[in-house]
Design a protein around this ligand. Structure first.
Ligand SMILES: C[S@@+](CC[C@H](N)C(=O)[O-])C[C@H]1O[C@@H](n2cnc3c(N)ncnc32)[C@H](O)[C@@H]1O
Length: 429
């Protein structure tokens, strides 16, 4: 990025600079590596405009640094990104609007440019006693965060996660962290799937999308940050959240984002990646079954509440040996959670997926913090060892997990083969 020497700026440090001089001042700061944010607001002294405020910040997209202008009107926000060589025209346009107050923050100083009613321009500068953390330092701090605070402001604001000033709302901090950690898992596993070089847009299904936090964040992250063309469909059974999600997608003007109201598994679109964040109870099983049925290459799901096995698990499971554990409601419930995930992970292995269960975020951000990460392999369904484990596990707990019904005959046919003598059966106590 070109760097304008401060001396050029100093030339303009007097009252009533011309418009060209103001342009130089703006460029000096906005293109500097030290630039962090600028706001154009207040009364307008130039041409008429629908924008009430324009916020400028540096953003990095696909490895390149851009200057992002977020144009706020009373109803919507439009963001545009410009490379250094493209910034003159939008800045000239901004000066033509003539906002009375321009505030620029850099690592070293705060600059206020005020235009009075009579058209007099006054520039005030306040130097920091100590420089703020450099862009590089803060970049290092946040470089691992897919959607860091202060980037994708408009998206985060529309989702209700950030304020208009780009600050994360305290009440949304947990959701913000969950989304970022979820996207990190996606980034981590993408190269294994080769979905990052398909030669066509990746098709993503977000199951139980709710108010579309993950749906919109995943779409933005893949398309804008990773440069991987992706289309996302969010599905939810609740038409209120689908309506809200459609409004949000429209506000963001994101192409390739769609929503459908209905049960998971009822949409017949081709799917490469299935996501599910806290899809309730057996909706996670339906998401898994949908991934398997459509041959999705990748599944990332973070299960939520589990009621099915919690109700079905007998306190006498394991021949009564586990009574000390299962006697207590809370321990029974946690055991049911873990047993449910073990069944799901095993079922996915049987269906030809390499499967891991990982903790995707610290418990302080959600107690429901286990993620099932599954990548489809070339191995056909029916791994004998996994089937044998499944059979014995099922006998031990004496339950039929819901995943078995969700996966249907294609799965049931495989695990039923266990009734033959073909597989060794573990001895129960
Ligand atoms: C706890 S919310 C999570 C929403 C979103 N994924 C998030 O993390 O913000 C669970 C969502 O799953 C939806 N849901 C539950 N069962 C469903 C099903 N069988 N099919 C589609 N959506 C379902 C609910 O309507 C709800 O919006």
């Amino acid at each position: 990025m070109p760097h304008f020497e401060p001396t050029r700026y100093n030339v303009c440090m007097r009252k009533n600079p011309t418009r060209d001089e103001l342009l130089e001042i703006l460029k000096t700061h906005l293109l500097s590596p030290d630039f962090s944010r600028a706001t154009f607001a207040g009364a307008t002294r130039g041409s008429a405009t629908a924008w009430v405020r324009i916020v400028v910040r540096p953003v990095e997209l696909r490895g390149q640094r851009y200057v992002q202008l977020a144009y706020h009107s009373a109803k919507k926000v439009v963001t545009k990104n410009f490379l250094a060589g493209e910034i003159d025209e939008p800045l000239v346009e901004l000066l033509r609007i003539g906002f009375a107050a321009i505030h620029i923050s850099t690592r070293m100083e705060e600059i206020d440019i005020r235009t009075s009613r009579k058209g007099r321009v006054h520039i005030g500068r306040h130097r920091m006693a100590e420089p703020r953390a450099s862009d590089e330092q803060s970049h290092n701090r946040v470089k691992d965060v897919p959607l860091p605070e202060g980037e994708a402001d408009h998206l985060l604001e529309v989702m209700g996660i950030a304020t208009a000033e780009g600050r994360i709302r305290p009440s949304m901090r947990a959701k913000f962290t969950q989304i970022n950690e979820f996207l990190k898992q996606l980034r981590h596993v993408l190269p294994d799937t080769h979905l990052d070089r398909l030669g066509r847009p990746v098709e993503i299904l977000d199951c139980g999308c709710g108010a579309s936090y993950l749906t919109l964040a995943a779409h933005y992250y893949l398309n804008e940050k990773l440069g991987i063309p992706a289309r996302v469909l969010g599905v939810d059974i609740n038409d209120d959240v689908i309506r809200k999600s459609l409004e949000r997608a429209e506000q963001i003007a994101a192409g390739g984002v769609n929503f459908a109201c209905g049960r998971i598994g009822t949409t017949e679109t081709p799917t490469d990646i299935v996501l599910a964040l806290h899809a309730c109870d057996t909706a996670t099983d339906d998401a898994i079954a949908h991934a398997v049925r459509t041959g999705a290459k990748l599944l990332l799901c973070v299960p939520c509440c589990h009621h099915h096995l919690n109700r079905a698990l007998s306190r006498d499971a394991g021949g009564g040996m586990l009574r000390p554990l299962l006697r207590h409601g809370i321990l029974l419930q946690r055991t049911a959670d873990l047993v449910t995930e073990a069944f799901r992970a095993l079922a996915l292995r049987i269906m030809g997926y390499r499967t891991e269960v990982v903790e995707f975020v610290a418990t302080e951000h959600t107690p429901r913090n286990l993620m099932i990460r599954a990548v489809r392999t070339a191995e056909p369904p029916g791994n004998r060892e996994a089937i044998c484990e499944y059979y014995n596990f099922k006998r031990f707990w004496n339950v039929t997990p819901y995943i078995e019904s969700a996966l249907g005959e294609a799965f049931q046919g495989l695990v039923r083969r266990e009734d033959s003598e073909e597989f060794p059966t573990a001895k129960l106590p």
